[in-house]
Design a protein around this ligand. Structure first.
Ligand code: FAD
Ligand code: NAP
Length: 537
């Protein structure tokens, strides 16, 4: 059994994506703590290390999807496109690790399999799959909201003789699609990005769609040569804009309601936003997620775009999203998604009308007995989001309390960052935080700064332990649910925001929906009030 650090560490951080990298820097450089990252992958980058599928690209604009905490990083790195692709983001995160000299404190290929609080020694004992052991005073999970893949159980899948891939665990070697017949299951953001790219490479592509999805054109383009210089000059302007935004994007929804506007005027606004492209389309009005009537106007606008784009009327009708309001699932943005269904080598299959019965050695059999003969299955079926990777750590807190047991009826946390009964545990982008409803680097920097300030406060005031008060965690979780219930967000049936995509998972709306701006204010107030809601010993 290897023991990589004989002396207890100040902190173990699990995960080397955006969250873990900044947390390590923050503890080491700002607080002077001894901290290490344990990362399951063979490289850093998190999401961008694992999701290498064709078409994988960011939906946040590049100059907003990066760290803002360090001037050198901001001034040196130059993005090339409006939305950076997977490889560019991965290069960026490796550049950050090198520039900040963090490699020596990152242990790769170390998947944490167990983390147990020792009440006597007041430390966390952490074990990895390769049997390495670590001891640390603080345990900080930076395991990602979307890092445990969801691969649905399909009868007979092991007997399928072709290749099977998941978008969220894509191989490092190129996948050869040439002359292949391929099925993609799933039409969320990952499927919608992968389908147009895979379609260009294969002999035949079958898209197996369960729920039709809304999608807005991304309108990606190369950035102008002077973009970087202009951006750096105005960095405080961008920072301020994102701090005032609910989603951490550089725009704020204007104070106008769709339903109260003349039809021609709202159409003009939507048309302009559609041409501009990207996630800001959703924020063309302030009430899209608040009023069913307003939402329906935007939803119908997108349906009309689909009907105009897709030539075959049956295919177009099958692609029309009708079972959930626009924006109640994370809205994808795309490059030629609906246009792809006009290709002769692409065939859309409606799983609602004709579900999968099972797999056979040479393909997928549908309920009506059709056999789709294929060489490759691509699962674009998403993730056990927000809690999946945290629960897999097998965290046991005070008195052996198991986190997965404590969260059986749904995750309960204070601010999404701390859990009652689990001393000195912090969950970056945990359930109950705004995380996945935001441009995540902005939320991550806020979480990390808040955790680091709290640790600094503890060190200065001689506190050894901290954890959420049970009552504070309970009321925060109730508040998160109430806030979501005032919006249309819980109306999407299979949404991963609700845990509804995973059979047996508690159905609870997990992210905080009252905006990153309000969340930041609340967290700052808690800190100013000497961290009310937390118990120190
Ligand atoms: P991650 O990047 O997920 O990193 C977590 C790390 O923890 C992983 O490397 C994982 O291997 C490691 N880990 C997990 N469990 C263990 C364990 N037991 N032991 C050791 N290591 C472990 N967000 C946006 O804001 N804008 C976007 O456009 C956007 N696009 C996305 C595209 C895709 C395909 C996906 C899947 C997500 C996207 N996201 C986007 C969300 C994205 O996850 C975040 O933006 C961000 O990358 C999260 O960083 P993180 O460090 O918190 O988590
Ligand atoms: P997802 O949004 O959860 O979509 C999964 C898809 O698989 C859905 O179409 C779902 O259908 C389908 N599916 C799931 N189980 C199925 C089953 N048993 N049979 C048939 N179909 C099934 O997952 P994702 O596309 O990977 O995206 C997850 C999140 O990652 C996004 O919401 C986003 O936050 C992030 N992401 C972002 C980007 C980006 O910004 N660039 C790109 C990719 C991912 P139902 O709808 O019927 O459940």
């Amino acid at each position: 059994m290897k023991e990589l650090c004989a002396k207890p560490l100040d902190a173990i951080i699990v995960g080397a994506g955006f969250s873990g990298i900044y947390q390590l820097y923050s503890l080491r450089e700002k607080l002077g703590l001894r901290a290490k990252i344990l990362e399951a992958g063979a490289g850093v980058g998190g999401t961008w290390y694992w999701n290498r599928y064709p078409g994988a690209r960011c939906d946040s604009e590049s100059h907003t999807y990066c760290y803002y905490f360090n001037r050198e990083l901001l001034e040196t790195w130059q993005w090339t496109e409006r939305y950076p692709g997977q490889q560019e983001i991965l290069r960026y995160l490796n550049f950050c690790v090198e520039t900040l000299d963090l490699q020596k404190d990152i242990y790769l290929n170390e998947r944490v399999s167990d983390a147990t609080w020792d009440d006597q020694s007041q430390v966390w004992n952490i074990t990895t799959k390769s049997k390495s052991k670590f001891t640390a005073r603080f345990l900080i999970t930076a395991v990602g909201c979307l890092s445990t893949t969801n691969k649905p159980k399909i009868d007979g899948l092991p007997a399928f003789s072709g290749d099977v891939f998941h978008t969220g665990h894509w191989p490092h070697e190129p996948v050869n699609f040439d002359k292949k017949r391929v099925a993609v299951i799933g039409t969320g953001s990952s499927g919608i990005q992968a389908i147009p790219e895979i379609a260009k490479q294969v002999e035949k592509l079958f898209v197996l769609q369960r729920t039709p999805n809304y999608s807005v054109p991304a309108r990606n383009r190369p950035l102008k040569p002077n973009f970087h210089l202009e951006f750096v000059k105005k960095i405080e302007f961008w920072r301020g804009k994102m701090q005032r935004s609910r989603h951490g994007h550089p725009w704020v929804a204007p104070d106008r309601e769709v339903k109260k506007m003349a039809k021609e005027e709202s159409l003009k606004i939507m048309e302009r936003a559609w041409l501009h492209g990207g996630l800001s389309f959703r924020d063309s009005f302030c009430d899209v997620l608040l009023s069913a009537e307003s939402n329906e106007i935007m939803s119908e606008f997108i349906r009309q775009k689909i009907l105009k784009t897709v030539i075959n009327p049956d295919t177009a009708n099958t692609l029309l999203p009708k079972d959930h309001p626009f924006g109640t699932k994370r809205p994808p943005i795309d490059t030629n998604y609906f246009e792809t269904f006009n290709r002769e080598n692409v065939c859309l299959l409606d799983l609602k009308a004709n579900p999968i019965n099972g797999c056979e050695p040479n393909g997928i059999r549908l309920r009506d007995d059709t056999l789709i003969e294929i060489d490759i299955i691509v699962f674009a079926t998403g993730f056990d989001a927000m809690t999946g990777s945290i629960e897999k750590l097998n965290v046991r807190g005070r008195g052996g309390l198991e986190l997965s047991n404590a969260w059986k009826a749904g995750p309960e946390s204070y601010l999404g960052l701390t859990v009652a009964g689990f001393p000195n545990l912090f969950t970056i982008t945990g359930p109950g935080s705004p995380s996945v409803l935001t441009n995540m680097p902005r939320a991550i920097e806020q979480h990390v700064d808040w955790i680091s300030n709290l640790l600094n406060y503890m060190i200065n005031s001689g506190h050894v332990q901290v954890e959420a008060e049970k009552s504070a965690a309970r009321s925060w979780t109730k508040y998160v649910t109430n806030v979501a219930n005032q919006t249309l967000l819980p109306k999407a049936n299979h949404s991963w925001y609700l845990g509804a995509n995973i059979p047996g998972k508690a159905r609870v709306f997990m992210p905080y929906a009252n905006g990153l701006d309000n969340y930041r204010k609340y967290c700052d107030e808690v800190a100013r009030g000497k961290y009310q809601g937390l118990v120190f010993t």
